[in-house]
Design a protein around this ligand. Structure first.
Ligand SMILES: Nc1nc2c(ncn2[C@@H]2O[C@H](COP(=O)(O)OP(=O)(O)OP(=O)(O)O)[C@@H](O)[C@H]2O)c(=O)[nH]1
Ligand SMILES: [Mg+2]
Length: 442
């Protein structure tokens, strides 16, 4: 996601960094490149114009040209402007004071509504809520079945019917069922529209009336660029949208939709979809997103992903041992296995400050499987004692482990070294000295 835009922006900063002082002309040259990079990423031209003017004004106001580290400060200004463009603070999902909270998901055909209903339901249940999913898309047999099957997989209740029934009637049934089950959230999947210009806006309005929802979320496919922005405007003219969910940001979307949609429509982005699986949904935080675009990583999202895969007790015990520097290779192995579950390695690496840039060189998208298998095989070939206290591993033990895992002694050494490094970094982070690792992260 945003790889090309990220590369270009970082290129601009690197060029500025090569200079001791930055003149107003340097700044304007840099901003011209920023402008081009944004336009190429398919960001709405009006948004680009305002963005660049905003950065220029801030940069001159902050007297960056006279400062000692102009590059750092310009990154900071661009970062601030990006955060503002993306909506400033995070926009949380509302909760009604009178449960259940009704959330209606609308959007164009194929934008990801049904998938997102399931993702959101899982997200809410992980937060301790009791979601019910309602499929108000009776015309397509497959739509109801898709939701039923997702419900079964996740063990989340579903109300969906197909055939000669109106969406309004299904909605009413759904609300009744929610009261019976004392659900705290009702998530309603709706019919996909080809185009609202010619689409059935009356049915949409009528369903809105029946549901009286707290949230109306537009699900928009980020791959479709400015079309997604146009759809948001159209839907918002029909029923009042309270938020946006951008899907398919894991694909090779150029980013234009994500960067324009908030500024053009004024509607906050609440979640982003990062894959086809049910757990590939992230709450949207403008500041973390901006960090990622600028290649500064996003440790907070990484930590949240990790939390979802680990129980509180485990986390506490790990933290304690991390602080004392008592981690063993068994812990290390456990962590690797967890990372595998957290998502594609390529996405995770982009979240680590500083690693975004080496992502391409590492060819991470292809190394996932082999990389982990290698490390696992090596650790499995060690004795219990060796895993607890790797210092006992001498030359002959190293050869034995290499033989047992089908690797070379040098590979065994590399894993041991990585383990030591990881242990050091984890101890640093867990004892609060981690801020030194990345001065760009505030
Ligand atoms: N890569 C990726 N694929 C996604 C994401 N969200 C949804 N999809 C895929 O997009 C396709 C369409 O998703 P659906 O959830 O069926 O879309 P819909 O809006 O319900 O479609 P209709 O009901 O036909 O209007 C499916 O193949 C999903 O797996 C995402 O965040 N990333
Ligand atoms: Mg659907």
């Amino acid at each position: 996601m945003f790889d090309s835009l990220s590369d270009k922006l970082q290129g601009v900063f690197r060029k500025l960094g090569g200079r001791g002082t930055v003149t107003e002309k340097d700044l304007d040259d840099a901003l011209r490149e920023v402008r081009l990079a944004l336009l190429e990423a398919d960001v709405h031209y009006k948004v680009v114009k305002e963005f660049v003017a905003g950065v220029r004004e801030r940069a001159l106001g902050a007297q960056i040209l006279k400062s000692l580290s102009p590059m750092q400060q310009i990154i900071d200004v661009v970062n601030q402007q990006l955060v503002e463009l993306l909506g400033g603070g995070a926009a949380k999902l509302q909760k009604s004071s009178k449960p259940p909270t009704v959330v209606m998901l609308v959007g164009l055909k194929g934008s990801g509504k049904t998938t997102t209903v399931a993702k959101l339901a899982l997200h809410l249940r992980r937060g301790g809520e009791r979601p019910l999913m309602v499929g108000a898309d009776p015309d397509r047999v497959a739509a109801g079945e898709q939701l039923q099957s997702l419900g079964k997989q996740l063990s989340i209740p579903v109300v969906a019917e197909i055939g000669a029934i109106k969406p309004d009637q299904i909605a009413k049934k759904g609300l009744e069922e929610a009261h019976k089950l004392s659900s705290s959230y009702v998530l309603v999947d709706t019919v996909g529209h080809v185009n609202l210009d010619t689409g059935d806006t009356a049915a949409l309005k009528s369903l809105y009336k029946v549901l009286n929802p707290t949230e109306v979320l537009l699900v928009a496919d980020a791959m479709t660029g400015q079309e997604a922005v146009h759809a948001a405007e159209q839907f918002n003219q029909t029923i009042p949208l309270s938020g946006l969910i951008l899907t398919k940001l894991d694909g090779d979307a150029r980013g234009g939709a994500a960067l324009s949609i908030r500024a053009v429509t004024g509607i906050p982005i609440k979640f982003v979809g990062m894959g086809e699986k049910a757990d590939a949904l992230e709450a949207f935080y403008p500041d973390r997103f901006a960090s990622r675009i600028l290649g500064m990583g996003d440790m907070l999202t990484l930590i949240e992903k990790a939390k979802a895969e680990i129980t509180e007790d485990e986390a506490e015990s790990l933290t304690q041992r991390m602080k004392k520097g008592e981690l063993t290779l068994d812990d290390f192995l456990g962590q690797f296995q967890r990372i595998k579950k957290m998502g594609p390695l390529g996405q995770l690496i982009g979240l680590v400050p500083g690693l975004g840039q080496i992502k391409k060189q590492l060819d991470v998208d292809n190394m996932d499987e082999n990389f982990f298998k290698h490390i696992e095989a090596i650790i499995y070939s060690m004795t219990k004692d060796e895993r607890r206290n790797p210092d006992v591993i001498d030359g002959s033990r190293r050869r034995r482990i290499a033989l047992g895992s089908g690797t070379q002694p040098a590979d065994v050494n590399r894993v041991l070294k990585q383990f030591k490094e990881a242990k050091k970094i984890m101890q640093m982070i867990s004892t609060g000295r981690g801020s030194k690792i990345s001065p760009l992260l505030r």
